[in-house]
Design a protein. Structure first.
Length: 197
């Protein structure tokens, strides 16, 4: 069965400042690039078949750094983007308290992510391992959905730190048909600063 390694992109300036990014296209910071290099080194022994990535710069650049080290091309998929936070993008927690959110619904984000991951799994059947570089909130939506957790239980999974990963294996049975093998693996301990709520 397919194994997905969901990786959160490297740090950006807005991650460091606690600002929601959503669809706003922020590049990696110098620290984020170093994180991506460290991630690439940590994945050298993985037998990966492919690398997929959100098309946003922070995820794309993370994936390209890993792909260059592993000799794999990066397939971009805009459906792997973070939730579109609309009016909350660029705002920190204090600023968000004063603004009504108008953006993508959690359900629409969930369906978009699930569709992308189903397509990836269908392209890589059997015992193939695939790296998927995405975003904190998107990883949480994917994990919660694939594990068949109700939306109000997604928080039990916890956040995903920059350039850390979660491993999901397709089982073919059970309600969701997937199991979480590893979560927030990588360069821990690092603080989790995220796009997710």
């Amino acid at each position: 069965m397919t194994t997905l390694l969901l990786v959160r992109h490297g740090e950006t300036d807005w991650n460091a400042e606690g600002r929601l990014q959503g669809h706003t296209d922020r590049p990696l910071s110098d620290y984020g690039r170093r994180q991506a290099q460290q991630l690439a080194g940590g994945l050298e022994d993985e037998e990966l078949e492919a690398i997929y990535s959100s098309d946003l710069a922070r995820a794309r650049e993370t994936a390209e750094i890993v792909g260059a080290r592993l000799g794999l091309p990066v397939v971009l998929d805009p459906d792997l983007r973070e939730k579109d936070w609309g009016t909350w993008e660029g705002l920190n927690a204090v600023e968000r308290d004063r603004v009504e959110v108008v953006g993508e619904t959690t359900e629409a984000h969930q369906e978009r992510m699930l569709g992308a991951l189903r397509r990836i799994a269908e392209r890589h059947p059997g015992d193939q391992r695939v790296l998927v570089v995405t975003h904190g909130g998107s990883a949480r939506a994917a994990i919660g959905t694939l594990l068949d957790l109700p939306l109000d239980r997604w928080a039990v999974v916890g956040g995903l730190a920059n350039c850390c990963w979660s491993v999901l294996e397709e089982t073919g049975h059970g309600a969701g048909g997937w199991r979480l093998v590893e979560h927030n693996a990588g360069s821990l301990p690092e603080p989790v600063m995220g796009d997710e709520e």
